[in-house]
Write a protein that binds this ligand. Structure first.
Ligand code: PMP
Length: 594
């Protein structure tokens, strides 16, 4: 440790430990000691963000506790210390990615901001009408949308390299799509949704043979692979600190100086200038030209501590450990009947993505049931909507591994998933023998009022939920409500009836009850059990009620009283919000027209 409490920067990457002691690693991550829903936390959402070792937490709090000051500005001692630590972090990152010099290492808020910086300051000034930016089908939205924005502005367009059923790009497809119109190639090193490791060095070689620069999105690579930007010879490389055991809000853009020198600043402000006059401002040298304003000093210091930790643990040993996890998870999950893996590339890092086809079970439901068992996995499109479309699925469940995951955890995941699928299969078989099917002769049934007003219906539900001790019981009750949902005829499963903003497919069919003065009623359905349950709750309070009372009902208060605000994730709450919006605007229109 030096005077700042920071790890000394090793001359070379620390020697790799011959054996990897996962229990010792786990002891370094305080968050892993906790329980979730009464079960030990099993954290498998590392591709979204990884947990932090105490050395990172300590480095950040030590900065705030002992030498918090702004950088590059003050002459006083604390400012000098903060500047020294901030710049030492840059040196740390330079070594970590093998950059040639410090001018090439720019701090950003994360991978997303780094890509936007290049899109704005590099591509925007080079693209002309008819030009192309080449991306792959497996890119994260962060490596699609910034290019779309500049392409739209310049009349250029995105070209997309297709992927195979295994989730790999083929070099011959890249070759075919490179043309004199291609002005930049932007591809991910490792896919966040599939885990595929792309042959980026080959792609860079092919692009460079035509004089085309390449940006590599390394957000999912740096925690798992040894990256050397000089060896890759990429023009730009980006990553986020929080996925590599560091803090959120800090990331890195590596760029070759031959590009960075010619690029105009991305943002204006303090620190990025060398002199400011109203007539003319001159810019600071690299890398400061691209670091306007007070940077995330604590973030940079925390990131350096994270890279120290990774080096000390031994990146190669970590990578080998994670490969074992992926192999084992792939084996165990593919043995579960009804589970289909999405992404079976030959070279993969730390990610296993899957869907449950038989019986069909939405990834939302899988994720929520895993959560009840303390297992944190990611569900949905993983910010890769085009990729999900390519595989014909609305989303997947993704288990992503880090250095602290164990083989026992993989077994727990597989056992829990096996139970979820088996339980679902048993319930589906019961449902088939007693179908809630539509009888063509009977008129379609709409739910009538559950009580004399929405408020009264809500009070009754709140009373019922108050008896339940924990989220587990409430969750099961919601699912049971959903099982009794009245069927929605196929004719109402249309695009106008689709409610967007939910993580599952949701249809709402609303109407004014025929013959009534202002009674609102609705049918709805979803492919996710939890959403069907939430629909049932909404029907209970709204359907069959007067539109004016429905419009005035305090639905947020109702959700709070049920405890949904605490237990439903943001994504689900957004979906619930989208359904409520649909009901309320229909009710408001009815009130206007009455
Ligand atoms: N690219 C990839 C491959 C990612 O996985 C992510 C994060 N999921 C990003 C870019 C964006 O990273 P951030 O949100 O930290 O900017």
């Amino acid at each position: 440790m030096n005077a700042l409490g920071l790890q000394e920067i090793p001359k070379q990457a620390a020697a790799i430990r011959p054996s990897f002691d996962v229990q010792r690693v786990r002891d370094d991550f305080p968050i892993l000691r906790q329980q979730v829903h009464g079960k030990p936390l099993l954290y498998l959402d590392n591709a979204a963000t990884s947990q932090k070792p105490h050395t990172v937490i300590d480095a950040v709090s030590n900065y705030y506790e002992t030498y918090n000051a702004n950088v590059h500005r003050g002459v006083h001692r604390l400012s000098e210390m903060a500047t020294e630590a901030y710049e030492a972090a840059r040196v740390r990152i330079q070594k970590f990615i093998g950059a040639h010099c410090l001018r090439e290492v720019i701090f950003t808020r994360g991978a997303t901001e780094a890509i936007n910086l290049v899109a704005h300051s590099y591509a925007r000034n080079r693209l002309q009408a008819g030009d192309e930016v080449l991306v792959t089908w497996m890119e994260h939205h962060s490596n699609i949308v910034p290019w779309q924005l500049v392409c739209q502005e310049k009349g250029a367009r995105l070209q997309v390299v297709p992927i195979t059923d295994e989730g790999e790009i083929r070099l011959e497809d890249v070759e075919r799509q490179l043309s004199p119109r291609t002005k930049l190639v932007a591809l991910t090193h490792v896919s966040n949704a599939l885990g595929t490791i792309n042959p980026v060095k080959d792609v860079i070689g092919m692009a460079h043979a035509r004089g085309i620069p390449v940006l590599v999105d390394g957000a999912q690579a740096v925690p798992h692979l040894r990256v050397d930007v000089q060896e890759l010879d990429c023009d730009f490389y980006v990553f986020s600190g929080h996925k590599v055991y560091g803090p959120t809000g800090i990331g890195v853009l590596y760029g070759k100086p031959k590009h960075l020198e010619l690029m105009p600043p991305y943002q204006g402000g303090g620190d990025m200038i060398s002199s400011v006059r109203f007539e003319k401002t001159t810019y600071n040298e690299l890398p400061y030209k691209f670091e306007a304003g007070t940077p995330h000093i604590a973030g940079a210091i925390g990131l350096a501590a994270a890279l120290d930790y990774l080096d000390k643990t031994g990146l190669d040993a970590v990578a080998e450990h994670e490969r074992r996890m992926v192999r084992y998870a792939t084996q165990l999950l593919s043995e579960i009947r009804g589970v289909r893996l999405i992404g079976t590339a030959a070279h993969k890092a730390a990610v296993v993505s899957f869907v449950v086809d038989d019986p069909p079970l939405s990834s939302l439901d899988v994720g929520m049931r895993l959560d009840l068992e303390g297992i944190a996995a990611r569900t949905g499109h993983h910010c890769c909507m085009p990729l999900m479309e390519r595989f014909g699925v609305p989303g997947t469940t993704r288990a992503s591994f880090a250095m602290y995951n164990t083989e026992e955890e993989v077994e727990t995941l597989a056992r829990t998933l096996g139970n979820i699928v088996a339980e679902r299969r048993a319930r589906t078989q019961v449902a088939i023998s007693t179908p809630l099917a539509l009888d063509a002769k009977k008129p379609i049934a709409y739910p009538g009022p559950a009580a004399s007003s929405p408020q009264e219906a809500a009070d009754e539900l709140v009373e019922l939920f108050d008896y339940m001790e924990d989220w587990n019981d409430k969750y099961r009750q919601i699912i049971e409500f959903g099982e009794k949902l009245l069927p929605l005829p196929d004719e109402y499963r249309t695009e106008p009836n689709r409610v967007h903003g939910c993580q599952s497919t949701v249809y709402f069919h609303m109407r004014k009850k025929p013959g009534s003065r202002n009674t609102l009623e609705f049918l709805a359905d979803s492919d996710a059990d939890i959403v069907r349950g939430l629909i049932a709750l909404l029907q209970n309070v709204y359907s069959g009620q007067p539109a004016d009372q429905a419009a005035a009902f305090d639905v947020d208060g109702f959700f709070r009283r049920l405890g949904l605000d605490q237990n439903l994730s943001m994504g689900r709450r957004n979906g619930l919000g989208a359904m409520v919006k649909r009901i309320r605007s229909f009710a408001a229109d009815m009130v206007k027209q009455s």
